[in-house]
Ligand binder design. Sequence first.
Ligand code: NAD
Ligand code: IPM
Ligand code: MN
Length: 346
Amino acid sequence: SRNIRLAVIPGDGIGVEVVAEGLKVLEAVGTKVETTTYDLGAKRYHETGETLPDVVLEELRGYDAILLGAVGDPSVPPGVLERDLLLKLRFRLDHYVNLRPVKLFPGVETPLGGVRPEDIDMIVVREGTEGPYAGAGGVMRHGTPHEIATQESLNTAFGVERVVRYAFDKALSRPRRRLTLVHKTNVLTYAGDLWARTVERVGREYPDVQTDYCHVDAASMFFVNQPGRFDVIVTDNLFGDILTDIGAAIAGGIGLAASGNVNPDRTAPSMFEPVHGSAPDIAGQGKADPTATILSVAMLLDHLGLDSEAARVEQAVADDLVERATGRAGRTTREIGDDITARVAG
Ligand code: NAD
Ligand code: IPM
Ligand code: MN
């Protein structure tokens, strides 16, 4: 079978702990993997001032995929690692689809009452290279009572159309064939109008996909009280960020939420990572749940065309989650990783 060339960026805090378990599972799959680890993150920043040097970025282009843990540390000002490392990777590698499944596995506890796994099975297609994350901004009269801070949302016809097309294709591949645009067209009239017109126009090419629209505030409510409304969601970068943390919460917690930063045109490697961050509050204690990272590894395998390997990893997680429900609680990060690894190997 083929050899996967994988770049690994464990990053900060629990990123290091969960990535170790993700790699264990990947090894157990049996596909040949050649990994190279990159020490990007808080430590390198403190030692050298570097976040993501251009030479490293160019080197990363040579891999089949990237596995990332998390970045961000209380000792580094907010935004430095998040923007100059993580977002720089997403932007420069053109990860215009940030794919975030929201799926309730059997046996997993949810804070919602009376929902079954079939009621929470959606996928959020979050735009990854534009929106408020990429817009111009600045500050005037900094630190004075008259300070003015601006932060614009950048939306291009090209950028919106490509992610919308991806979302329609995704919807077409799923049994329910439903696509919901989530935005705030009643207030963000310029950007919202571009998104709405794009969905309408592209939608004419997808007569078999049923589309609808939901404002982001209402969508947040429906995630909690009617999650079954949603199949595929397409949305702006920031709305998608917030909605997918709600999605994580309703589907059993942030420790289970996986994601892929996908470059569908394959002009650069895609990058897979848990939705969660570096969790400084529990870092170094073996308390982090590695499941989100392991499910991100399944998404990585799927992206590389290793469908049956991906399915095996997902099934191993599903089985482990059922067992958790029947009493195997309180395991460490490593114990959960070992148990899932054993199932994959087994
Ligand atoms: P966070 O996701 O790191 O933590 C939020 C809460 O969830 C914490 O209580 C944490 O202990 C818990 N948690 C997170 N992952 C968990 C896991 N696998 N198992 C068990 N509990 C888990 O979000 P935050 O606290 O807002 O951010 C911390 C840092 O991480 C910040 O620097 C932030 O910028 C960064 N961050 C990075 C990424 C990323 O690299 N993709 C994502 C989100 C946040
Ligand atoms: C995520 C994170 C990132 C985001 C931050 C750390 C830049 O919250 O991956 O969800 O906002 O996209
Ligand atoms: Mn987030």
